[in-house]
Design a protein. Sequence first.
Length: 640
Amino acid sequence: MKNAYTLFLFFCISFVFAQNNFNKTNTIAQAELKSASGLLNFQVNPNTANYDITYHKLEFTINPNVKFISGKVTTTYTALSNMNTITFDFANPLTVSSVKKGSANLTFVENTNNELIITLPATQAAGTSATIEINYSGVPPNNGFDSFVQTTHNGSPVIWTLSEPFGARDWWPCKQDLNDKINSIDVYITAPSQYISVSNGVETTAPVISGANKTTHFHHGYPIPAYLVAIACTNYSVYNQTAGTSPNTYPIVNYIYPENLAAVQPQLDQTPLILNLYESLFEVYPFHNEKYGHAQFGWGGGMEHTTVSFMVGFDRQLIAHEMAHQWFGDKVTCGTWNDIWLNEGFATYLATLVIENFDGIDAFVTEKQNMIDYITSTPNGNVYLTDAQATSVDRIFSSQFSYNKGAMVLEMLRFKLGDAAFFQGLKNYLADQNLAYKYAVTPNLKAHLEAVSGQSLTEFLNNWIYNQGYPTYTITAQNWGLGQAKFVITQTQSDPSVSYFKMPVPVRIYGALGQQADIVLNNTFNGEQIITSVPFLVAGVTFDPQRHLIAGASSTVTLGNQVFDYDKLVSIYPNPSSDVLHIQIPTTTTLQKVIVYNNMGQKVMENSSLDFSTAALPIGVHYIDIQTADGMYHKKFIKK
C-alpha cells in the first residue's frame, strides 16, 4: 500500500536517480513498506514466548468475490515452561467459534489487544507437546497493512495475503514471533471451483471438488515463519517451467492473471536463468524438493513468500530480488527486525549480481554508483536498527539503508576479502546447521566471513553496520623515483559516530602511452603516506573506478608535481619526535645502516632498523646518515 506521502517520496527519488535499474530497486523497497505513517505499537508478544510451534494444519474457506475468511487452524506445539494457558496473536475483528483439544472443548477469551487466550484443561508440563484446534471466521481488518485483500483485476475477483512484518494475525491465529519457525505446514484452501488457489509448497494431490467448491491442498515441509505463509485465489492461468541442474531439477509454477500471461512470458523466462546463476554462486535452490514460482497479485511490488513470490509485475530486477530471498530471508531468516539487512541488503545485492553477470561490468558499476549517490545523499544512517527503529515499518524497509547501504556494505566486504573468501563465507553461512532453515543475526555472518578470510571484521562492521555515515577521500599522488609512486590519503567523515574508516582504497593509474593499472592502497589512518610500486610513470589517476566503496561524491585523487628530488625518496617521521622515529625508503632498496649524530658531530646511536626509539637521545637537533644499497641519504630531525 502506498499512501500519498509514499508516492511523493517515490517520485522524488525517481526524479533524482533516474537510471532504470536503480529506480526498480527503490520501487521494490518503497513497495515493501507496509505503512509510511511511522511508529507501530507492536513488539514480539511476550505472552507467546512459552511454547514452540512445530506444525500447523491450516484449513481456509474463501470466496474471491467476498472479503471474508472462515478457518480451522490445528496447531501442534511444545511447552517451553509449565503452561496453564496458551496465547495466540489474533486480530480483534475476527471471531472464534470453538477451541478443542481432542474432543474436549476449551474455554477461551478474545481480549482487546489482538490476542486469543485459551485455558488448558490442566497444567501442561514443560517439554510436552499438545495439539489444539481453533475454528474462527470474520472480515480481516483494514489497518494499513494490506495483509488480507479482496479486490479485482480486469473485472475478475481476487483474494491475496501479505503478512510481513506484522500482518499474519489479521487473518489467522498464529505466533507472530520471528524466532519460532513452524516446522511444516499443510494448507487446504476451499473456494469456488472456477478459481485456482495458491499457497506455499506443492500440491500433493489433485484438488477435490465438492459441489460448487474445490479444495486445494499444499504441503510445505520446510521450517517457515508465520509472516511467510500466504494464500491467493483467482482465475489464474498457470505457466510451468523447469530450473536447476540434475539431479536437483525442480518445477517453476507461475500463477498469472490471464490477461497478462502472453505479455509476461518473456520476462518469466528469465526465472530459470537467475535461479541457475544463484545456484552457481551459492548453493542449490533451498526448496528444490518442492517448487519455485510466482503468483500475481495487486500490491505495488513483490513479496518473497517461501516457494512462491507474490508480484504485481515481472521485471527482471523484481524477480531477482524476491528470488534471492529464498536463500537470504526464507532459508536463513533475520533473527530480529534489527537485522533486516540480512534479508533486504542481500536480496538487493544479489539482484545487482544479476546485472553484473547478465549485463556486464559497466552496467554493474553504474548500478553501484547510483546506490552510492543515494546512500550519501544524507550524512548519517545506520544499517543495523536500534530497538526503537525496529518498531517502525517505514524504517525497517528503508530503501536507503536496509536495502542500498546493506547491499553496498556487501560489495565492500567482497572487495576487502576477495571473491574466493567472500563467496565461500556466504556458502558456509547458508550451510551452517545452526542457521539453515532457522535464524541468523549479524554476528553469525561475521563469524563465517572471519573464519574463511582470517581477517577480523569487528571494526569494519562497527563502522559500516552499527555506526553511521561515510568517508570522503582526498588523495594526492606523485611519482616517487623509478617504478614507484607516493600516495597521501586524508579522509573526512560525514557523521561523528565513526572516527576513521579503515579500508583498502582502490585507485586506477594511467600512463602517458595509454597504459592503465589498478592499485589498492591499504589505508589505516589519516594523512597516511603509502609508497608503492607502479609499472609505468603515472600521468593520471582516478578514485575507485569500479565503485567498490561507499564514499562521498567529492572524493578525489590529484597528481602532484612530476619533478622530484631523489633525496626525497627517503623520509623520516614524525619530525620533531619525542620517542619513536620512522624511516621510509623505497621498496626497491635495502636499508644497511643508520647512524645518528648530535649537533657537535658526535655519533650517539647506530642501528639497522627502520623504526627505532629516540627516548635516550637528548633534546635538540640531530643528524642521521641513512645508508642504503643505492646510496647514502642525510636527514636532520629534532628530538623534543
